[in-house]
Each structure stands twice: as C-alpha cells, then as structure tokens.
Design a protein around this ligand. Structure first.
Ligand code: AP5
Ligand code: MG
Length: 245
C-alpha cells in the first residue's frame, strides 16, 4: 500500500514537473544546453536517455561516440582505444574535434544534453569559448560515493543494439543476457573490470572533480543526490531543471 501511494505521488509530481519543463516559451527562444557531470557509473547515461527523451533534445555521450568509433575500427576509434581500456582520459584534442563536429549538426540547434563532457578544465574552457549569448547552460552534478560506484560498474550490462543500460544487481533484464527493449545481446563494457574502474575513479578525482567548483563559481551548478533510485533521481533532475527556466 505504502509503495502504491509513493508510486502514485511520484507519478503525479513527475507529470507536473514534466508539463512545467515542457512549457514552450524558453526552449524556443534560446539554445538549451545541459551538462551531466558525475563520476563513472554515477548514472549519467541512465538519466541522459530519460531527459533527452523528455525534453526532445539529443543526448551526446563522448564515451558512446568513442565506443561507436572503436566498434567501427575508425582512425579515431583506434587512437582512443588504449586510453579507454586503461581507464585514462582520451587526449583533449581528439575529444574536442569530435565534440564540436557533433554539436554543429542541425539536430543540436534547439539544444542538447552532454553526458561525459567536459571532463577536464581545458575541455570546459574550450567549450565555453564557443558558446553564444543565445545558449543557456545548466550543469547537474550527480553525487555518488566511490563504494557504490564500484558495485554499479561491476554489475552494468549494456545492449549492443539500442544502448539500453541494465545492472545485474539493481535493475536486471527479465531474461538473462537479453535486452527487454529490443531483444539485443547485453555485454559488459571492457572498461568495467575492477582494476580499470579504480583507475577511472582516480582520474575522475584528479581531473574531472575540479569542474564542480568551476561551474559552481559560475552559478550554474545544481547538485543531485545520485544514490536514490533512478526514478527519484530523474524526478529531482526535472524539478531542478524546471526551476532554472
Ligand atoms: P563514459 O562512457 O563517459 O564513461 P563514464 O563517465 O566513466 O561513465 P559511465 O558510462 O561508466 O557511467 P554513467 O555515469 O553513464 O552511469 P550509467 O548510467 O551507465 O567514458 C568512457 C571512457 O571514454 C572514459 O573513461 C574516457 O577514457 C573516454 N572519454 C569519454 N569522454 C571523454 C572526455 N570528455 N574526455 C576524455 N576522455 C573521455 O550507470 C552505471 C550503472 O549503474 C548501470 O548499471 C545502471 O543501471 C546503474 N545505475 C544508474 N543509476 C542508478 C541508480 N540511481 N541506482 C542504482 N543503479 C543505478
Ligand atoms: Mg555512460
């Protein structure tokens, strides 16, 4: 009964927030850019898929773009592969060229959502430098402690075909190894091995975490408790987003 009431409240609040977030006024007059910051495994991809669907703006994940290039064995994919498999960051120059090419496509005109970019102060500065006065930027930081991150990464499964994200501990698919959404095969990412996750976390604390202070100083940072359930995190994101507009 308690769960039913909670579910009902969540549904009603989400509906209200979503209606608010979709009011046409602001989205039509400026370009809305959303950045999702957070450690590896904090839920950026999980939430980005939902937000981009809700707000009807493209979801751009630099990690997904690199993995796509790696699976097609492009020159960029070959260059990025060793950095990714060792848990290091891909050099800024490769990231920036790829990112600027992507955000200049027509589908980004109204706005877009960045997942996993920027990851260094140099990337953040370069990105800022190309924004126009018409761009409205909001940054969400998904806060999740390291011990939870390690468990999440270890259990993550991703669909080869549609990219849907599962977790063998927290949100398993109904049929083992098969995507509920499209029937595709689920796989474990090569950089989700325990030792690589440790290195990704180390790199995060050293190079990406300083971006929290960087965007807080600009007055555009919103902190989100990323340890809550995916539904609650989504609700908090949409509520905070609607208040920024
Ligand atoms: P990237 O693909 O961006 O990886 P990441 O930042 O390490 O983040 P993840 O994708 O691992 O986690 P996530 O936050 O998306 O969490 P998810 O939603 O999947 O980058 C990979 C690599 O590419 C980098 O290491 C680097 O080498 C390179 N790269 C990419 N961008 C770069 C850049 N800008 N500069 C330089 N190099 C770059 O969730 C994780 C798991 O937790 C899932 O199983 C999910 O089901 C579960 N989960 C999610 N939310 C919850 C919740 N609320 N409760 C319980 N479980 C949850
Ligand atoms: Mg991701």
């Amino acid at each position: 009964m308690k769960t039913l009431i909670f579910g009902l409240c969540l549904f009603v609040t989400t509906l209200g927030t979503v209606v608010l977030a979709q009011e046409p006024s602001s989205m039509e007059t400026h370009q809305q850019v959303i950045i999702l910051l957070g450690p590896p495994g904090s839920g950026k991809g999980t939430q980005a898929v939902r937000m981009s669907k809700q707000l009807e703006i493209p979801h751009i994940s630099t990690g997904d773009l690199f993995r796509e290039n790696m699976s097609k064995n492009t020159e960029l994919g070959q260059k990025a592969k060793s950095f990714i498999n060792e848990g290091k960051l891909v050099p800024d120059s490769l990231v920036l060229d790829m990112l600027f090419d992507r955000v200049s496509l027509p589908d980004c005109k109204k706005g877009y959502l960045l997942d996993g970019f920027p990851r260094t102060l140099a990337q953040a500065e370069a990105f800022n430098g190309q924004l126009t006065p018409a761009t409205k930027l909001v940054v969400f930081n998904l806060d999740v402690p390291d011990d939870i991150i390690i468990k999440r990464a270890e259990g993550r499964l991703t669909c080869k075909d549609c990219g849907a994200i599962y977790n063998r501990y927290f949100s398993p698919p109904s049929k083992e190894g098969i995507c509920d959404k499209c029937g595709g095969e689920l796989f474990q990412r090569s950089d989700d091995k325990a030792e690589v996750v440790q290195e990704r976390l180390r790199v995060y604390h050293e190079q990406t975490k300083p971006l929290i202070a960087y965007y807080a100083e600009k007055g555009i940072l919103q902190n989100i408790d990323g340890t809550k359930s995916p539904d609650e995190v989504f609700l908090n994101l949409m509520q905070k987003f609607s208040r920024t507009r």
